[in-house]
Ligand binder design. Structure first.
Ligand SMILES: [Zn+2]
Length: 400
């Protein structure tokens, strides 16, 4: 196993990292383009790419683009750019995680409100969603697959149905983490990319089986539109990170200041903006990720902070240990109750994964002054993601 000389990633990163002769990883190498490319010029390239795509727009189409959102501050940024900087009329859409937190629901509602946009949400039936989670937990040790399948399918489906040629994603995760493409390649969304990374190589139809008791109709709504549907509507999915030096932290803080987006304390990471919409992300998902890959979301957050030169590798290493020592047992038990699985069943998965996770909260890692200050520099303007014990499955009307 090889570790990058700058960040915390190793050669075991699932997106495939490579290293140059000095030992710098491809993620860090691509990230450096954020400091060196002419981003004013790249924004002009975005403007011309968008007008080129919109030339194919159906004359009767009501919207210029589809923007998939989640209830976190950085999605405000995507809508802000497309609506206010480029002057487009977006249709904002979301695939419901069903594990929504209060700050997450507030953020989605606020996006509708402040940008005055139409919004469509798709929520799969709880029975089917649970079935898919059980099955992919078995096959991939992942409880995120059904969400990722819906999140990457529904916006494209809506675009095809409504004759909207443009879908706008914030960034391409394999590029942000592992430097898969140079920003100058202007990588766009493909069925293959979705298959390899979002779906972890497993297509919805592969779940149909007598053994799984999953019926074809139960995966219909997560099937990617056909090539002919995509072609007929000339649908293109772009990543904004190719046209602006994407910085989730900076953009989130701008959106909190400008629109009052909610930030909140998270379990297992210092980042108060990342994935605060989904109560399972930094709990059960993060524990499974650590048991599977040997690192967790805090590592992703720290690699970004190191690359932006906001923390040293040494301090990051200690913060990583500090958060990985926390074990959100209460939240895991709550999820398992929802899924109808016993804790022993979950433990079986954990025990069969390559990296061990300590199931007791340990507080042996202490943070120094610099590390505490770094953590405190993240804004918290809303109560803890986990302040209520329930998931908020749908709607607003949370507060009076
Ligand atoms: Zn690196």
């Amino acid at each position: 196993m090889k570790e990058c000389i700058r960040c915390l990633y190793t050669s075991q990163h699932p997106f495939g990292l490579d290293f140059n002769s000095e030992g710098l990883c491809t993620g860090c190498i691509t990230h450096d383009e954020k400091f060196t490319l002419d981003w004013d010029n790249r924004f002009k390239i975005l403007e011309s790419r968008v007008s080129e795509i919109l030339a194919a727009k159906d004359r009767n189409a009501q919207y210029d683009c589809v923007i998939p959102i989640r209830g976190t501050p950085e999605y405000f940024y995507v809508v802000d750019v497309m609506k206010n900087k480029l002057g487009l009329k977006p249709l904002v859409v979301a695939y419901n995680t069903q594990f929504n937190s209060e700050p997450g629901v507030r953020n989605v509602d606020l996006i509708r409100e402040v940008f005055d946009v139409d919004y469509v949400q798709y929520t799969s039936s709880p029975t089917i969603y649970k079935k898919l989670i059980r099955e992919t937990l078995n096959k991939l040790n992942s409880m995120r697959w059904p969400f990722l399948a819906g999140y990457t399918q529904f916006p494209v489906q809506i675009a095809a149905e409504k004759g909207i040629p443009l879908v706008v994603w914030p960034y391409h995760q394999p590029t942000e983490q592992a430097g898969m493409h140079s920003y100058t390649e202007l990588n766009e969304m493909t069925r293959r990319g979705r298959h390899d990374f979002d779906l972890m190589g497993l297509e919805p139809h592969e779940l149909i089986d007598v053994g799984t008791l999953i019926h074809p109709s139960e995966v219909e709504d997560i099937h990617y539109p056909s090539n002919s549907d995509l072609k007929k509507n000339s649908i293109v999915g772009i990543y904004l990170s190719n046209y602006m030096p994407w910085d989730s932290r900076r953009y989130s803080e701008e959106m909190i200041a400008k629109y009052g987006a909610s930030a909140a304390k998270n379990k297992r990471t210092f980042d108060t903006y990342d994935r605060i919409d989904d109560k399972t992300y930094m709990t059960i998902h993060d524990i499974l990720k650590q048991a599977k890959l040997g690192y967790s979301r805090v590592t992703d957050n720290l690699c970004r902070e190191i690359r932006f030169k906001r923390i040293s590798k040494e301090d990051a290493r200690n913060i990583e240990k500090y958060y990985q020592a926390s074990y959100p047992k209460k939240e895991i038990e709550f999820f398992l109750k929802w899924l109808g699985m016993k804790y022993e069943g979950f433990k079986w998965y954990l025990d069969h994964l390559p990296h061990s996770v300590n199931e007791e909260e340990t507080d042996t890692v202490t943070l120094n002054e610099v590390q505490r200050k770094f953590i405190d520099s993240f804004i918290v303007n809303h109560a803890d993601v986990h302040q209520t014990e329930d998931y908020i499955v749908y709607g607003k009307g949370l507060w009076v």
